[in-house]
Ligand binder design. Structure first.
Ligand code: MN
Length: 202
């Protein structure tokens, strides 16, 4: 079974005004689809890879045959990262976190405001394309990765991540990445983030 782009769980315009409809169309239908197409093409060359989930391919990236390893890293990463990204956003999202993730954020960062500041600073400073992440490593930590590298490749489960590739924000925010980062919090689906936090701790 070939990998597929998951349907958006809301309308393309549903994250307006924080993320515009045109960006969502291009990002989901073109960029994510391209990652999936490239991943599937790599797997066609090595059909034994088809039995693994994209997540497992990333966790064991060094076991992927060398001739397709970079392709799987970039495009498997792109597929997994974006599948998470659509799911952790929702219309009328944002606000203060609730549930276990809210308590853990207080414990590890002092406050939600301090966490957001650390996350936004790190994501703003990521040079070029990449992602800002909240990961679980016995405690919550903010990290960044370049390109489509996934925290799974470092043995860490991504609880929440924001895409800072220019394709994620340039149509609406142009060069103002910090404005995009600030607005993005209004889309976060904290129920989904709590589910991922529970998964991370397993
Ligand atoms: Mn993207």
């Amino acid at each position: 079974m070939a990998h597929e782009v998951p349907a958006l769980p809301y309308d393309y315009a549903a994250l307006e005004p924080h993320i515009d409809e045109q960006t969502m169309h291009l990002h989901h239908d073109k960029h994510h689809q391209a990652y999936v197409n490239n991943l599937n093409a790599a797997i066609e060359k090595h059909p034994d890879l088809a039995k693994h989930s994209a997540e497992d391919l990333l966790r064991n990236i060094n076991s992927v045959p060398e001739d397709v390893r970079t392709t799987v890293r970039n495009n498997g990463g792109g597929h997994v990262n974006h599948s998470m990204f659509w799911a952790i956003m929702k219309p009328k999202g944002g606000g203060e976190p609730s549930g276990p993730i809210a308590d853990q954020i207080k414990k590890d960062f002092g406050s939600f405001e301090d966490f957001k500041k650390q996350f936004n600073d790190a994501a703003a400073k990521q040079f070029g394309s990449g992602w800002g992440w909240l990961i679980w490593d016995g405690k919550l930590k903010v990290i960044t990765t370049a390109n489509q590298d996934s925290p799974l490749m470092q043995g860490h489960f991504p609880i929440l991540g924001n895409d800072v590739w220019e394709h994620a924000y340039y149509l609406k925010y142009q060069n103002r990445r910090p404005d995009y980062l600030a607005a993005w919090w209004n889309t976060v689906n904290w129920d989904e983030v709590n589910k991922r936090f529970a998964q991370a701790k397993k």
